[in-house]
Each structure stands twice: as structure tokens, then as C-alpha cells.
Design a protein around this ligand. Sequence first.
Ligand code: ZN
Length: 480
Amino acid sequence: MPGRVIIDESNTFFYGETNLEGVLDLVSRSKKPVQELAWASIGNVLTAIQICEAHDRGVLVPWNSWRHEFYKPMGTLHDADRGGFIFAPEVGLHENVHELDFSSLYPNIICTRNVSPDVIRCDCHSDRDDVPGLGYSICDDRGYLVDVLQPIIDARDEIKAAIRHEKERDDPDEDRLAELEGRSGALKWILVACFGYQGFSNAKFGRIECHEAINAFAREILLTAKQRLEAGGWRVVHGIVDSIWVTPDPDVNDEDREDLQTLATEITERVEIRLEHEAQYDWVAFVPQRESDAGALTKYFGKVAGDDDFKIRGIEARQRSTPPFIEDVQRDCLDRLDTTRSPDAVLGRLERAIDELQAGNVAVERLIERNRVSKPLEGYSQNTQNVAALKRAREQDLAVHPGQDIEYVVVDDEKSSRDRVALAHEEIETYDASYYETQLVRAVESVLSPLGWDRTDIRRELSGERDAVLSSFGASNELS
Ligand SMILES: [Zn+2]
């Protein structure tokens, strides 16, 4: 069809994650046709950009099949790449927290440290120890991966500057902003992917030693930053991948504490990668892993300074399956924690919600759970709520395919038959109050667990047996 391009919106990664400008930007870099790029995976596009670079350099491209399944959302990537992680979050509620982020850490490591498959562990400098702790050499010649990524980093920095500039204008052009954001987003995906991609031994241009080297440099950089921040009077409460979270060290006088911006500039110069002040929070709470005292890497919530909003990661209010009623109660609990710092105030909200539930006063629409169906009904071996919902859908001749959502209200969680749930579109008369109560308690547990509470404590308090424990609580925690 000459002069026309068709993008299948139901089957496109980049178009869905960015926008048309983002797709077109990548088309120009990868020389892939628009239609092909729209359904391509990140790894696929990255490989295409690398092939262009290899072609320009006259390098032969290995003739292996590449993996198409390389697609992970950003969160999964960060979780999987724990290699770069060092400082576990300190469980608890911390007042006055600043988040500092290294700008495009992994791609910048590749470019500033010359990490590239063609130059790592070179034969000509095999006696050298260029990668901290690994004993790998890195050749003095510039690696091709640097040539691939540097233009993308530069382009993204330029786009980000243009975005800042546009936002500072009295009357920002929203269309132009959307275009710029789309292009920046597309490039960010490529930059994020370039690191994970090195971990695939059968990726066309991947090499596991590069993956290890990037991690080793990242650890060294984060450690350097941590030491400098601590020497400047700040305490590191969390550090993951490319972010560091600090709070004023209580053992240091305010007049002895160095300015965070000055410290960030100094660290930037030392490690040759920009450390940016990302956000300030009135407080941040890191949530422990369930059944453990260790902090979960990606579960936290905090109050953004000078903003009415919370930043929430990994807890119920962020999960798309959570019913609106549970989400609303959890957000109310965050509000109460913010204004009072009092577990009692939070429990008061929980009690009211439970009363509402038990009295049958919650509208069923607010109790709808939305779950992604991962396989056909026959593929499930256990009797989950999803299975009950799928059986109900089949009974009503409704087709629900893997990848689609199914929406239901839990009617009687004790049942294993299809009467366990009712589908969202059905006439629903009742709900399982005790099931939803359990969900509520879990959601409130997430809010109070940084303060040392678990669901047993919450239950005990609800039934009025916790007075003794409660009075000793204030002394053992950093709450005033
Ligand atoms: Zn060499």
C-alpha cells in the first residue's frame, strides 16, 4: 500500500509505550520500516541500531537468530538486575528524605568506561585490571557500543532540555511537549534495554562479561557516592540501581552538613556521570517483605514535599487488580498517617471501613477485582478465583482470551465452584464481607508495617487487646 502505513494498535510495544514521534525517531535510528518497528521488541530495535553501526564500521554481524521475547516492563528489569543493588532499604518511616538519581546510569557507564563486547578482555592488554574486582582488561580503542549509545544519550539529553525549556515558558505548547515526551520515552526504553540485553549470551551483540563489568562499575559508583554523602553529613537509607535516598544524619549538626546540591556536583565530577536531585519527600516509609524484617526493594510510599500527592510503589493502591474500595481506604490511611503519624488514626479508618463492609453498605462496583487471564481455563490446575470467573464466563458463552482482563466480585470465597464469584456485568446482590475484610487488613498492614505492625497486631488491636503493646510502641520507634 504505497504512501500509507498501518500500525496495529493491538500489537505494538513502542507505539503503546510512547507515541508516533517516538516510533518515528527510532525508525530513523534503526532504519527499520515503520510498520515493522511498531510491533518490534526493544531487543529487536536495539539490534537493528547496532547492525547499522556495525555496517558503518565494516564489522561482520554474527548470523544467529535473535530472541524476540526480550520484553520486560521497566520495573521487572530493575528487579531482575539486582547486580547493581547494594544498600537494602532501612525499614521504617524516615522524615525529610531526598532522592538522588544518576542520569542514565548504565548507558553512561558503557560510554564513560568503554564497556563494549569488542574491547572487553582484549588480548593486547590481558595483564591489565580495568574493571573493579573482576580483573578484566578494557582495550584503549573505542568500543562500537559506545558509538551506538552515545548519540542516543546525547539526543535524549537534548530532548530533556527542550522539555524543561518548553515547560518554563508562560504558555507551554502541549502538542510539542507530547511529541518531545514521546521521543524521550522511546530513547529511554532503548537505553534501559541495552544493559539487560548484554546479559543474554545468545543476543547478537550481548556478552556476559559486559553485563558483569557494568554491574561492577555501578557498585563502585554507588559506593563512592555513599561515602561522599556520609562524609557530608547525610545518612543513606536506601540505594538501588541508580537511585540513592538520603536523610540528614541526626548525629551531625545542621551547620556542619554540606549542601546536597554541592555534594551532587562534586560526585558528578568524580564519577563522570551526572547525579541529579530527583525529589524531596516530607517522609518516606519503606515496607518490609512479608514474613521477613528485610526491606522489600521496590515497596515504599512517601509524601512528596510541597505536593498533595503521595509517591507509591509496590503496595495495593498501585496494583491494578485492587478493588476501588480497598484502594480508597488505603489512600485515606496514608492521608491519616501523613497528618498524624499515628497508627491509631489509621486503625480508626480501618474500623470504619470494616463496619461499612459488614453492614453490607459498600456498593458492589467498588469491590470489583480485575485480573489478567494468563492461560485458557484448561491450563489452570488450581481452583483460583480466576478459574471460577472463567467457568462463569464460559457458562454465559463469553470468550475471555489469555492477555485479557476478567472482572468479578467475590461472593463466597469458601466455595470452589463458579459460585465463588459473580462477573462484574451480572446482577450482584451480595458480597463476601469477610473476604474483603481480610483484603482490607492486608492493605492496612502495608501502611503500618514500616512502623513495626503486622496483621496479627492489627487484628489484636481491632479486638481491643493491644493496649500494653501499644503503649510500649512509641518508645521503640522513631516517631515523635
Ligand atoms: Zn587491548
